[in-house]
Design a protein around this ligand. Sequence first.
Ligand code: IPM
Ligand code: MN
Length: 347
Amino acid sequence: MGARIAVIPGDGVGKEVVPEGLKVLAAVDRTLEFRELDWGSDRYGKTGEMMPADALATLAGFDAIYLGAIGWPTVPDHVSLWGCLLPIRKAFEQYVNLRPVRLPPGIRSPLAGRGPRDIDMLFIRENTEGEYSGTGGRVHVGHPHEIAVETPVFTRLAIGRAARYAFERAQERSHRLVSVTKSNASRYTYVLWDEVVAETGRDYPGVTVERMHVDAMAARMVLRPDSIDVVVGSNLFADILTDLGGALQGSLGLCASANLNPDKRWPSMFEPVHGSAPDIAGKGRANPIGAVWSAALMLRHLGDEASAARVERAIDAVCEDGSVLTGDLGGAASTSEVGDAIVATLS
Ligand code: IPM
Ligand code: MN
């Protein structure tokens, strides 16, 4: 295939799980080319910048971006995230954040009596605006009357393109879509959300769309996960619900995500959901499966469905076998032992 991949291990356990993903990628496709970039909080400590001034221009020349994690206690989170991850999602119009929530065989969900057949959802998170729009400010800083405002921004364009992507995925799967909203309390933004989702749905008469308030959706994910298949949600709502999803699928360490520019005009970015995990960083204990699964999503986006499916099958087989798993899943294996086991299991 010969795709060129920019690799940003980033911070904390990102530096430990990314090498495992690269190991698996190299095993399934020898033609991939990788270039590692030392962007992140260490770089910030040395230069005052998370990434160089021409970072976006550099990334634009790659076919995809493979990222570990951004965020470290030495840098305020809003500085590190707005200095690296969030500008990449926005600049490259990665308007869909695709997050499979699937319980692999052999992994125990904290939900009693639930197995892989009950927990198999696909979240489509709008990834460029909403509560992440960056619109706002602080005035009277330090005074007792200091105020902060941060305004969610919702546009017909961004809602529509995320919804369209979700309807297409629903059409390929169960023909059922849940749209997460809060248009009872919100009078403007989520009302527009509902309208645009409904309008988009007219082009997909075979898909049944259900509107669900986010609070009720949180309860439904716990009580009736089997009733949920494809979900579309705003940036913040789907951020929160996919962490809940991670818990339901046995560990946040398993969760994968794809920040997609579906039009393929810009590179898409693939990253595990778990973050830099300062509490276990540097100990070789992080679960690399979320990163490896994200690498599978990258292969799929690059058009190599066969290799993507091969990697996902190997992940399932390692989970089902259960003898080589990290501590978050009740095992005693190290990060690299799990990576090696996935490579050895590729069939
Ligand atoms: C995620 C993360 C990020 C987000 C943070 C680190 C800004 O939680 O990718 O889910 O909220 O998008
Ligand atoms: Mn999150």
